[in-house]
Design a protein around this ligand. Structure first.
Ligand SMILES: Nc1ncnc2c1ncn2[C@@H]1O[C@H](COP(=O)(O)OP(=O)(O)OP(=O)(O)O)[C@@H](O)[C@H]1O
Length: 307
């Protein structure tokens, strides 16, 4: 897998901070869902909030939307309180459990939500980018799960907001719809919009985010570019077909594990280039060589396991 580097020229540390949580704590009764979480969102960047079920991702978004108030710490959006009317017209949101009445048609929703914003996008544009063409007259209750998700995405962006929150936006979408939505997220960022998304699809975070914030049990446990997060899992993997003995491979410098599965040898090591040179010298018949970096999934599991 190829390491993914910083994607957006717009997103630099100097870019304007559009929203933040500072030391935000949120309790539900005796349960602490967020514990002194700090999170900063800058103009033009896509930030992925990653974490296992119940980590506190949705709660963090709700604080930034002003749907919940923090018990301690601060949530600020465009320099103000997220509940301010002026702030709300610059924000779009797609929540996991969106409460919308089932009795309106797709186009009625679009008209209604566009009316909340001072300078909404043209309805034809929204229909096209969200993949709603041909189903504008359907009732919400008649939509498939993936179509509902696409409508909710359309409602999040129809006001042309500067800051968009997407809580598991591609849940239940087929691959084509998912890739279509990814493209829309990239387009938003390229127009200087800021996107905070939560996802369980690590591939999605890897593919879209400039920055990933890993949250577990209400606490931020890692933050960085996808490449930086991946580098938290040390070593890379060599796969090949070789006659070299497993014990010999284990003794090579940097090697942390060796496995042979279905005739393929898998070596995990901190010094793959040196190891490959040595292996090729020792076994001229070595073939089917592949070197890979750890997937984001490995990093995520390593970061969250046992915490
Ligand atoms: N209204 C509520 N009342 C009580 N507990 C809640 C409430 N909402 C969330 N929680 C608890 O707070 C914790 C954080 O929930 P949250 O929905 O923020 O997690 P999440 O990271 O979004 O999870 P998921 O990936 O499963 O959606 C969980 O333990 C959850 O059970």
């Amino acid at each position: 897998m190829v390491a993914v580097e910083e994607r957006s020229a717009i997103s630099t540390p100097a870019a304007v901070e559009v929203a933040y949580l500072r030391g935000a704590t949120k309790n539900y009764g005796a349960h602490r869902a967020l514990d002194e979480v700090s999170l900063s969102l800058r103009a033009g960047e896509v930030v992925a909030l990653l974490g296992p079920n119940g980590a506190g991702k949705t709660t963090a978004i709700k604080l930034l939307l002003g749907l919940l108030g923090p018990d301690a710490g601060e949530a600020r959006v465009f320099g103000g309180n997220p509940r301010d009317a002026a702030t709300r017209t610059r924000i779009g949101a797609m929540l996991q459990v969106a409460r919308v009445p089932e009795t309106l048609k797709v186009k009625e929703y679009l008209d209604l939500f566009r009316s909340y914003y001072p300078t909404p996008l043209p309805v034809e544009h929204v229909v096209r980018v969200a993949g709603l063409a041909g189903i504008e007259d359907r009732l919400f209750s008649q939509l498939s799960g993936g179509q509902k998700q696409r409508l909710l995405f359309a409602l999040a962006i129809c006001g042309d907001p500067d800051l968009v929150f997407l809580d598991e936006p591609t849940l239940g979408m087929d691959i084509e719809s998912r890739h279509g939505l990814w493209q829309q997220v990239r387009d938003l960022a390229s127009r200087g919009k800021t996107v905070l998304l939560t996802t369980h699809y690590l591939e999605e975070a890897d593919s879209l985010a400039n920055r990933i914030v890993v949250i577990n049990k209400g606490t931020v446990i890692a933050e960085g570019t996808p490449a930086q997060i991946k580098s938290r899992v040390s070593g890379r993997t060599i796969k090949c077909v070789t006659s070299l003995d497993e014990d010999l491979l284990r003794r090579l410098p940097g090697v942390t594990s060796v496995e042979v599965k279905h005739g393929t040898t898998v070596v995990r090591s901190a010094e793959v280039e040196d190891n490959v040179r040595q292996m090729l010298a020792l076994d001229t018949g070595l073939h089917s060589l592949e070197i890979s970096s750890p997937a984001l999934e490995d990093a995520f599991l390593a970061l969250t396991k046992g915490e």
